[in-house]
Design a binder for this molecule. Structure first.
Ligand code: AMP
Length: 215
């Protein structure tokens, strides 16, 4: 199974991808995570991407498509793939078709998380993660059970993404509207788009996605 989770920043793509990984042993391919790792490691890709990401603009199509191809090669062809935050432009959608074909894969579903954009700014600017295990939290919606201690691994270190501030979030949303939303019709023409209410509870959204995957 190969699926794309599509939706604006803060729609819950990463959260849902993690749940599918836990339930189905699929692999999450998040170009955002790959780029953040490259920035942290100071690789040439990271050096090129850092400032672009801080502005909330899109990194070049060539860079992200290469990252995806390398990851698919590394993971082998028998594991299901969840594309999270990729493709984000028509050129990337085209590259993904070619890359998948090269790995003997094809897309099963494009799942669009439908969300109210005004609510997204609050969702994004309040989010933080455990610095050790990556578990996600939120200032308003999901504080750790014991303040300052990760529920999952007990770490007391947390971090926030530098691009989760209001100005950058507005740019990221504008990029989504201008460049990413227009790729939906390509997939609609293939009859593989399914829509899910991304404003529902996390567990309800997961349930709706599971129902789609179960056919
Ligand atoms: P994300 O974690 O998906 O919100 O991505 C964070 C940032 O990484 C984005 O605002 C872009 O700057 C960059 N990025 C992630 N994925 C892509 C992509 N597929 N194409 C271009 N830029 C990307």
């Amino acid at each position: 199974m190969n699926i794309i989770l599509l939706g604006p920043p803060g729609a819950g793509k990463g959260t849902q991808a993690q749940r599918l990984v836990e339930h189905h042993g699929m692999r999450q391919l998040s170009t955002g995570d790959m780029l953040r790792a490259a920035v942290k490691a100071g690789t040439p890709v990271g050096l090129e991407a850092k400032a672009v990401m801080e502005r909330g603009e899109l990194v070049s199509d060539e860079i992200v498509s290469k990252l995806i191809d390398a990851e698919l090669t590394a993971m082998g062809d028998s594991v299901g793939a969840i594309f999270d935050g990729y493709p984000r432009t028509e050129a990337q959608a085209h590259s993904l078709d070619e890359i998948l074909a090269g790995h003997g894969r094809s897309l099963d579903y494009v799942i669009e998380l439908e969300v109210d954009e005004d609510a997204l700014v609050e969702r994004i600017t309040g989010r933080f993660t455990c610095a050790a295990c990556g578990e996600g939290y939120h200032d308003v919606f999901k504080q750790p059970r014991v303040p300052g201690v990760c529920d999952k691994c007990g770490s007391t270190e947390f971090k926030r993404r530098p691009d989760d501030n209001e100005d950058t979030v507005r740019t990221r949303m504008a990029e989504y509207r201008a460049k990413t939303a227009p790729i939906l019709p390509v997939y609609e023409a293939r009859g593989i788009v399914r829509r899910v209410d991304g404003m529902a509870d996390i567990a309800e959204v997961t349930g709706a996605i599971e129902a789609i995957l179960a056919g």
